[in-house]
Design a protein around this ligand. Structure first.
Ligand SMILES: NC(=O)C1=CN([C@@H]2O[C@H](COP(=O)(O)OP(=O)(O)OC[C@H]3O[C@@H](n4cnc5c(N)ncnc54)[C@H](O)[C@@H]3O)[C@@H](O)[C@H]2O)C=CC1
Ligand SMILES: O=C(O)C(=O)COP(=O)(O)O
Length: 396
């Protein structure tokens, strides 16, 4: 039976055809929303989404779902904890839309500095106002703080350096691959910045990070750009900070973003002249959508042909494994079963296991990560198997 793939978001035609060519049953329903998915994904094997929400009900209701691919970067629209409980893989396409978001970020930076959207709006309303709009500060030599220097943050850094800006960054990991000054504390970094741009994932640690306190560190009149996720900013505190500090703000994401691709929108940010909002278009260039789709097809192809999940995001980062047992053995039926039987008798849980065959198919190596140590007696029993070549056991 063919594997069934549901694509529940906009996806370029060319790549849908590539999936069909893989002999998969492909259902393309780009208009499905969060509430349609529990039914629509009930008997699919692979679900592909962009920002469409895959909630707990969709996951719990699914009968065969094995892989969810976020055709994009942020996976916060997927109920990962529910997927973990059912052993459903979640993967994304890291870096594939980074340039597009970086380009929008630079665009927003210039838009803020030169009041481009207001220029256009006035012109459309028959108003000429060269005087009012001739107050750009210029970007050269200004200090930019990049919060979250991952795939997107790095692309922003490269472009800002080409603009001859001072570029500083803040990340939980060491910043590598771009030559920018790495700050560990926000209260040290934010007061220096003329412009702050946020490129963090939405996680419990980043939720509400930009609150009253963070805004208190920012310079009067600074620009703030957020193209990541709305939850990182406390919008009420932002509105206050705009009043108090005359911050100017550009957002590609905001609270209450409509689920559909078109329709009405209502937000308290709407009538604030210091705020520009774009329509969550960071990833929506032709180039980025093609790159993301190509990567999605590649992930599916690799999974179908080898069972390997690339960019698997819900693999346990740490397990309870404390010991490693490596058994080299002749690759014959029953050898591994006998080794596993010894471990079972010792009531030890194997957290991870991998068996790799040497060229020629005569010998193999099985690496097991164990929760508890194997006893000397167990190791002796395993070694005594004539088909076992060697045994090593270490604490990890
Ligand atoms: N507006 C749009 O259309 C798009 C928005 N995004 C958003 O941008 C976010 C970032 O995207 P990428 O750069 O592709 O992700 P990434 O995973 O490459 O980079 C995120 C960086 O944030 C850092 N980070 C995570 N938690 C942190 C914390 N608590 N404090 C400091 N640093 C932390 C990570 O170490 C990493 O370097 C995505 O998670 C997504 O929410 C992504 C693509 C398109
Ligand atoms: O990749 C991401 O994280 C994005 O936010 C892009 O969203 P989209 O695929 O355009 O709905």
């Amino acid at each position: 039976m063919k594997l069934k793939v549901l694509i529940a978001d906009k996806f370029p035609e060319k790549y849908i055809q590539e999936l069909k060519d893989l002999d998969l049953e492909v259902i393309y329903e780009p208009k499905l929303g969060e509430n349609d998915l529990p039914k629509a994904a009930e008997d699919v094997d692979i679900l592909v989404v962009r920002s469409t929400v895959v909630n707990e009900e969709t996951i719990n209701n699914s009968k065969k779902l094995n892989l969810i691919i976020r055709a994009g970067s942020g996976v916060n629209n997927i109920a990962i904890s529910a997927a973990n409980k059912k052993g459903i893989y979640v993967a994304n396409c890291p870096g594939m839309n980074a340039v597009a978001v970086a380009e929008l970020t630079i665009g927003l930076m210039i838009a803020l500095d030169r009041f481009i959207p207001d220029n256009v709006a006035d012109f459309r309303n028959g108003i000429w106002n060269k005087d009012k709009y001739s107050k750009g500060k210029g970007l050269k030599g200004k200090t930019l703080g990049i919060i979250g220097v991952g795939n997107i943050g790095k692309e922003v850094a490269k472009r800002a350096l080409a603009f001859e800006m001072n570029v500083y960054g803040k990340d939980i990991s060491r910043i590598e691959g771009v030559q920018i000054k790495d700050f560990s504390e926000m209260d040290q970094l934010l007061p220096l910045c003329d412009i702050v741009t946020i490129h963090l994932p939405a996680t419990p640690q980043t939720k509400g990070l930009f609150n009253k306190q963070m805004f208190s560190y920012m310079k009067n009149g600074a620009y703030l750009i957020n193209t990541s996720r709305h939850d990182i900013i406390v919008e009420e505190d932002l509105l206050e900070a705009i009043k108090e500090k005359n911050l100017r703000v550009a957002l590609d994401v905001f609270k209450g973003e409509p689920e559909g691709k078109s329709g009405e929108v209502k937000s308290p940010l709407q009538n604030n002249p210091n705020i520009y909002v774009t329509h969550h278009i960071g990833a929506s260039t032709e180039q980025a959508q093609d790159a993301v789709a190509e990567e999605t097809v590649r992930i599916i192809k690799h999974y179908v042909h080898s069972g390997v999940i690339d960019h698997w995001v819900n693999r346990a980062k740490v397990t309870d494994a404390k010991y490693q047992l490596v058994v080299k053995h002749y690759d014959k039926p029953g050898v591994l079963a006998s080794v596993l039987d010894v471990i079972r008798q010792g009531n030890i849980n194997i957290e991870e296991i991998e068996n790799i065959i040497f060229e020629g198919g005569i010998a193999a190596c099985c690496t097991m990560k164990l929760k508890l140590p194997a006893t000397a007696e167990m190791l002796k029993q395993i070694s005594e198997n004539p088909n076992v070549i060697s045994v090593s056991h270490v604490e990890i």
